[in-house]
Design a protein around this ligand. Structure first.
Ligand SMILES: [Cu+2]
Length: 122
């Protein structure tokens, strides 16, 4: 069982390093709720992005992309354009102000009453 796992790890690494077509980054993105998650992931639904995931608990976005098509800075810009601050690029006040009230992460927005009930202390 253990050998099999090791083997698949080696195979996986081999494929990625051979192709050199995929990069993965993780960075901080401010946000509050499931709506934010949809918005962030939708903003990253563009050619060149293989997968994008935003974790509302730790505010981390994990993005797999093709470095030949997009740069890391462009990815941060896409998120900022959707109204969410990243650890590199801040959203403009204009887009930020258009966010749903409960998504206003800079002003302590919280989506209380949302069906997923996240009442954990901050
Ligand atoms: Cu939200």
């Amino acid at each position: 069982m253990r050998k099999l796992m090791l083997l698949s790890v080696f195979l996986g690494v081999g494929i990625i390093s051979q192709a050199q077509k995929k990069a993965e980054i993780e960075f901080e993105v401010s946000g509050v709720c499931g709506m934010c998650e949809d918005r962030i992931e939708k903003a990253l639904d563009v050619p060149g992005i293989i997968s994008a995931e935003w974790d509302k608990k730790n505010k981390k976005a994990t993005v797999a992309f093709k470095p030949k098509v997009l740069t890391e800075a462009q990815i941060h810009q896409l998120v900022a354009d959707a109204g969410h601050d990243t650890d590199k690029i801040k959203a403009t006040d204009e887009v930020y102000n258009n966010l749903h009230g409960c998504c206003k992460y800079r002003d302590g927005g919280s989506c209380a009453g949302e069906n997923d009930h996240d009442h954990s202390p901050k």
